[in-house]
Every structure is written in C-alpha cells, then in structure tokens.
Design a protein around this ligand. Sequence first.
Ligand code: GLU
Length: 303
Amino acid sequence: MDYQKILEDIYQEILPFASIGRQADYIPALAKTDPDQFGMCLKTVTGETYEIMQSDTRFSIQSIAKVFALAMGLSLKGEDLWKNVGKEPSGTAFNSMIQLEMEKGMPRNPFINAGAIVIADLLLSELEDAEAGFLGFIRALAGNDTIDYNMEVAISERENGYLNAAIANLLKYYGTISNDIEKVLMFYFKMCSVEMSCRELANAFLAFTNHTSFEYAGYRLSSSRIKRLNAVMQTCGFYDEAGEFSYLVGLPGKSGVGGGIVAIHPLRYSVAVWSPRLNSKGNSVMGIKALELLTTYTQESIF
Ligand code: GLU
C-alpha cells in the first residue's frame, strides 16, 4: 500500500474544505491559533512512517488526553474504574450536563468532560504525583521527553471554564469525586493542555494498535484492556458525532477541540491528523474528511 501517495492525494482532495469551520475560541489561549494549518502522520505496526505538511508541529491535544488518562486509570484500577463512570455513548455534547444530573452524578463515559474529570480525580487519588505521572506515561508512549503541559492554555481554560467547574461541582455533590474541586479541575485542564505533534500522537497510539499487552512508565495494559479501550473510542470518541465518525471512517479514534484526531487500525497502523478549524460538534473538519478518504482509498477499515 503506497500510504505516502495516498496521504498526498488526500491533501489535494480536502483543500476545498480548508476554510470551513473555525478554531475553538471558548478557551481564549486557543483562539490565537492560526486556523490554516494541517498535518497528518500514519505509522504502521511494522515501523514505517508516512507524513505530510505540518506533521511535526505541536498543538493542544485537548480531549485526546482523555485516552491516555483512561489507559492509566485502567492500569491502576482495572474493572473497578467503571464503578464511577459508564461506557455508553452520550449522544450529547462533550461539555453537556443534562445527563449528569438525571443520572445522579454518574458520567456516561470517560471521554466526555464529566467522565474525564472523574478519571482525573481517580489519578489524583491513586498517584503521589499525578501530574508528573501523566506526563511520564505520555512521554514514554511517544518516545519523547520534551512533551509538556502548556500552562498558558491550562490557566486560560481555568479562568473561563465555568461549565467544567459546574460539572465538577455536580460530581462532588453526588460524591463521584473525592478530591478538592479546584485541584481536580486544574489537573484536568493541564491534561488537556499537553502539546504534541501528529508524529508524536501517531507514535503514542501505536501502543493501542497491537493488541499485545504493553508496559510504559510502569503502567501495564493487557491485550484485553487494549481491546476495551478501542471499543470505548469507537463508541464514545467523538461526542455526539461518534455515530457519524463510525459511519464515515470506520475506525476507533478520539478527537480534541485543538483540532487533532487520532485513529487506529488494529494490527495495522495509527494515524493522527490535525487542522484547527472545527465543525459545530467540536471535531476538525479537514481531519474527519482526511480520515474518511483514507479508509475509502485504502479500502481498509474495521468493518
Ligand atoms: N479542555 C476541553 C474542555 O474541557 C476539552 C474538550 C475537547 O477537546 O473536546 O472543554
């Protein structure tokens, strides 16, 4: 399969979508991002790398961080993790509170904000230094020790994160989280502020493609848990557009409002794409289109 040519053809074909949508601006520090950027990187399990455009430019991974947090949580708690968070698609926006009150403080899944805040709380309870642990895990997965939090983005989100603060308060009211609200929120925002490039994300997600157990920075996931992590990505990775992404692309994946999307073809490759302009659901317009074309041209998807 000539993946390099396929990526180059995809780029030409998605150019008409280049000015559709806009970058996330509800986090003021992200509003400053140049929206007209694009990068893509595909890494195969056999070690080849294919990339185009700004695949080496770092951006805010935002909700993609929730996959790393869930992997750590599963490694630390196993099936007990699911006592405080569900694994059903929400069908609502990433920051919605509607179900959370109706379902008495039990978030639908770990990839909506409420669920990720619960995982942040769990990591704070389980680890002596959760912030260092989280970074250490990502750095080990990506094979790069310079990956870091962006404090300007984290603080900017904290200063404007009224909805996430409301979610954390509701979770605390129902007893779903146990740590101090401010501490949990700041850790959650820091996780979202991590900056990585498409190349680094594709590298990191290779660990989730193999279905053989792995251990990075002391966190171990069995092949069975990796399978389950992929299942949650498939059903819950794109907020209220998870069905649409499954329909168009046919791969498990996770998006973030920084404009990044990572997807996995089990036992074949991981692929990361980034373009800051988002659709109304908070997913990258060019990113979704690029991945749709990738599975169309290669005729490779999980279905
Ligand atoms: N930090 C973002 C928020 O909580 C993450 C959302 C996302 O990437 O979907 O709003």
